[in-house]
Design a protein around this ligand. Structure first.
Ligand code: CU
Length: 145
């Protein structure tokens, strides 16, 4: 009887580890706005949390940007929009958060090369619990308003 308990506990530990390591964060439609060397660009995507606890996007990495920041757009005054860096963006359970133009985005500052339409780049998103999530982003034009 004792043996069976031990096996169950062991199985629980292994299973628990596996499920906590598995990323339940899904990224869709990642894209980058075209921009020239030394200019800034931005990365957009949709992130869905299929896990059972709120996760947070903390930062991102892009090899060809000097600096990468997570930004939000806000109303500076009646008809002026501004943007600013945020420490984290919460991704609640069973929710898709859209990073899109004039809203949340990942700012790619001071590009070290031209980022041209049709090119594809690997980017890494760093989540509090899911850890590093790598995605491929395609370069395409901003959608028309
Ligand atoms: Cu920005």
């Amino acid at each position: 009887m004792k043996k069976i308990y031990m096996i169950l506990i062991f199985a629980g530990l292994v299973f628990g580890q596996n499920s906590s390591r598995k990323s339940l964060i899904k990224i869709n439609n990642a894209w980058i706005r075209p921009a020239a060397e030394e200019a800034n660009s931005a990365l957009f995507f949709e992130v869905t949390n299929n896990g059972n606890k709120t996760d947070s996007l903390l930062s991102a990495e892009f090899k060809f940007a000097e600096k990468v920041e997570v930004h939000e757009t806000y109303k500076k005054s009646e008809d002026v929009m501004g943007m600013r860096a945020v420490k984290a963006v919460a991704i609640p359970v069973n929710t898709t958060v859209k990073f899109k133009p004039r809203d949340l985005h990942v700012m790619l500052l001071n590009l070290s090369r031209d980022v041209k339409r049709g090119q594809k780049y690997g980017v890494t998103l760093n989540f509090k619990f899911a850890g590093k999530v790598k995605v491929e982003a395609v370069v395409k034009e901003m959608p028309k308003m």
